[in-house]
Write a protein that binds this ligand. Sequence first.
Ligand code: PLZ
Length: 450
Amino acid sequence: MATPLAPVLQSRHIAHSIPGPRSRELQEHRDSQVTSAFGAALSVFIDRAEGGILQDVDGNRIIDFASGIAVTSVGATNAFVQAHVAAQLDRFTHTCFMVTEYEGFTEVCRWLNAHTPGTFDKRTALFSTGAEAVENAIKIARTFTGRPNVLVFDEAYHGRSLLTMAMTAKEKPYKQGFGPFPEQIFRAPNAAPLRWPSGAENAAAEALAAVEAILAENGPETFAAMVIEPIQGEGGFLVPAEGFLAGLRAIADAHGIVFVMDEIQAGMGRTGTLFASESEGVVADLIITAKALGGGLPLSAVTGRTELLNAVPSGGLGGTYAGNPLACAAALGVFEAFADGSLLANAAAIESISRSHLEPLLDSVPVVAEVRGRGAMLAVEFADPGTLAPRPDVAKAVAAACHAAGVLVLVCGTFGNVIRLLPPLVIGTELLEDGLQVLTAAIEEQGAAA
Ligand code: PLZ
């Protein structure tokens, strides 16, 4: 047995510049061996991660406002996850669920069937990545309905496989040069309040009317599925206008279209409820989870109505690694971590603390256009006052200032003008406050310069 590691200190610390000398060295080596097609938000190499801290190879302790893009919500060294994975590692690493089966797979499905919104009879299919689950949701919806078309939305992000790229809105960097893409994908406006042309109060009704128009034009009976993120992630942490999701649910019902909720980024406790769609009480036919589900191991799921999940003939779904035993074990640890409700309470506390730091900026810094989000999924959008012309330069400068000071934030949004916060739900209050002070100071400084 290896000697147990000392805990990672839960305080920000800059031992060297960020990146430090060792990271620079490793980066040089990386560039000589690794494809240049992968970007990095911050080119530091991590030695350990725990609680709200990423500790790099130079001994810098960086506050983690990214969670590996909403994955390590229960922490990167969660004791429940570690215990389940270690026990599974002793038994076996893999059999392939399509060859011989194991109970962990069933247990993950059982938990998702029981905890996802909707009281109807459910089944679940497990996969590895988010994109893979989205693809399979479409396969299921097409089989069930016998229809080809799929409705998606502006600012949507659904993955990097060919079908999910077609479903993703933003061209650069996700789709550029990678076509042709699968057809039969139709895009409708998203009811994002800030930039709705006739005003936020009209966003839901007018966006729903636009959906009806697209369906009418192409024949609603040709649509297998509509797919939406309850809060859009990569697209800019866009919270839809109230009533939009419920309105889509009603339209889907009226036309026999399968309503698919992509909760890959917003789900699994991130927004203060287990699933983001709970906040408006909207129940999807198929709900897709990934990221935080596996607590850092690759696991994704499609959960929904039994008649949908059982529509595909036996053998029609699968994958070598789909629901890998170690990933299932990790998920069982994640479920234990969520069991007492404290992590959901943490998400709500993270929201109120963060808002108390960020909302005053709406008055003091003109280029701060909006502070939005829910729970531990929060964002600040930068745009010129009045015109709302996006200011990606400000977002970039704020992110750079935070990174140099030891706070990892990520940029998102169609225009790259949004800073998003995705801290692990286990981050300590002092660390959160420290990170927010760094962020606030960076916004004040860069905002004054803008
Ligand atoms: N649906 C809503 O957020 C992944 C993408 C990072 P995979 N988001 C992070 C990048 O640039 O590749 C995501 C998502 C939503 C689907 C996906 C896709 O999940 O596990 O990355 O395939």
